[in-house]
Design a protein around this ligand. Sequence first.
Ligand SMILES: O=C(O)CCC(=O)C(=O)O
Length: 374
Amino acid sequence: MAMPIKGCYRAVEAGQPGCPVLLAGLKEPLLLPGALRRCSWPALSWADLQVLHREHGHRKVALRFGALSASRTPWEGQCERLEDVQLGDFCKWLVDQEAPSISHRKDEWWGYCSYQHFEALFEDMEDSNRAAANFAELLKEKPSVPGAPTLWLGSKGARTPCHQDAYGHNIVAQIAGEKLWLLFDPSSSWLGGHRLPFEDSSTFTDLDPLEEEIPQRFTGLRTTLHPGDVLVIPRHWFHAVECTSSWSLSLNQWLDAPGDAEQRVHEAIARCLASPLLEVRPEGWWLNPDEDLLETSENIEFLMSALQVQLGREVSASAVHAALLRAATRPEVVSSIVGLVASDLHRQLEAEDKEKYVGRLRVTDYLCPPSCMS
Ligand SMILES: O=C(O)CCC(=O)C(=O)O
């Protein structure tokens, strides 16, 4: 089970009740306690799980499960997965009813129906059921909301490992139950960000703040969302999340942010560099289960379109390909990669040695208890 969160955290600041939020210039996450009380979204009726079950129980979803006893938050690819399960079955499992398609025991596993895009979930509905939750109502700017929300329905202990999304501001609406959010500012390189597991738009972290204490000189933000609360997270804030009530339902919506076009170029370059190394991967979890690997030519096309948007003019695929190859093979780039590879391997070997040493100590202790030393 989860240990209490340790380290220095301060509470996320709360905004004015009833006051729509101004995204522009928002520097820190902002909590809007009870903000959903003035909304009349159809999705708010899903706070009654029976309503969600009755209206949408026939829809097929993917589920991931993590062991409640695990000492580290699993990456998505390390979770057990069930595909094409009826949402209604998961609703039953959440309230301890017989759910024939799910054999995971509630006392051993948490289950998460996470990151379900409304476009896919409600693909038979004309507006992808975007109308079920109108996030624009919460904002002063009245932006055109691109894309549709996503749904997160989980049991107690269900987690999302610490990560940073590449694009957009994020608005989270807590519909039912409670959820703990730990947040870290975008400059928190001490978390140890990396692109494994690889997923378009996410940087994951080495440090697992849901299990580990954060180093003393750093401060995170924390908040627990209750039904009706809204959390607004500016672009690039790292976050780690855990459902803390018997079940929890939230929706979220990403909104375009200035700088997203430039970020698409970063994503496209990361994809070009990582894809060939992921084709033969020793560990399955290196690639997130929903992620497809593209051919190099497709990755270059993707990079070409991202650059075209950023530069505002046409660029050819061959020019982009040549520029990327030249950049990636520059001696200073290769040297910097050599340094990083060496220090990563050094760290891994040190950790292995430590484990062996601890193992040896244990054996020695067993063979020779302290009393025989005197
Ligand atoms: O609710 C969760 O478990 C994670 C949500 C998340 O990562 C997000 O909204 O970006």
